[in-house]
Design a protein around this ligand. Structure first.
Ligand code: 5GP
Length: 186
């Protein structure tokens, strides 16, 4: 059994979501922290499953009320981890995974140094670009340059992380993630 908090970070488009989905099939007790965001749902995304989609005012109010463990602005939108996604699970000993960008991971590192942090890197910058474009989402394409610039900055920060997993072959990356997790979260 594993317990504790796992933070998976890395640039947008690197495949954090798919990796986590696969990891959760292998580690069924691992629960996902559903983030809050002010961006609009993409087709197929569901409120409360993929994100808590909140209006700006409600996001602000929750920030003011101290409801977030971390929050950050990303590509003109806001994203954050609600305390309510973690507290009760941690108390019950249920392991929980956060999929967040770099600024949020840094905040969690400062406030929850006991959380395991893993940075997911692409095999190359080109591979990342191809994946972001291939997603075909109009909002991503509209902000592609900004997202690529952010990705460049995020990639430069990977040395801050003791654990870096390169997402080249999905299966290999998932196996490596599980190994690191089982080694550290006991
Ligand atoms: P997307 O809009 O593509 O779903 O997500 C954009 C970026 O925001 C991704 O890198 C994603 O990991 C990150 N993100 C998602 N949820 C959170 C969160 O709760 N906090 C932070 N800091 N970043 C998040």
């Amino acid at each position: 059994m594993v317990s504790g908090v796992l933070v998976v970070t890395g640039p947008s488009g690197v495949g954090k979501g798919t990796l986590i989905e696969n990891l959760r099939q292998r580690v069924p007790e691992l629960e996902l922290s559903v983030s809050a965001t002010t961006r609009k749902p993409r087709p197929g995304e569901t409120h409360g499953v993929d994100y808590w989609f909140l209006p700006d005012e409600e996001f602000d109010r929750r920030v003011a009320d101290g409801e977030f463990v971390e929050h950050a602005a990303y590509s003109g939108r806001r994203y954050g981890t609600l305390r309510s996604e973690l507290t009760e699970r941690v108390e019950r000993g249920v392991p929980v995974v956060l999929e967040i960008e770099l600024q949020g991971a840094r905040q969690v590192r400062a406030t929850m140094p006991e959380a395991l942090q893993i940075f997911i890197a692409p095999p190359s910058f080109e591979a990342l670009r191809t994946r972001l474009v291939g997603r075909g989402d109009p909002e991503t394409l509209q902000h592609l340059d900004a997202r690529l610039q952010t990705a460049r900055e995020e990639l430069a920060a990977q040395d801050e992380f003791a654990e870096v997993v390169v997402n080249d072959r999905l299966e290999d990356a998932v196996v490596r993630l599980e190994e690191i997790m089982r080694g550290a979260m006991r």
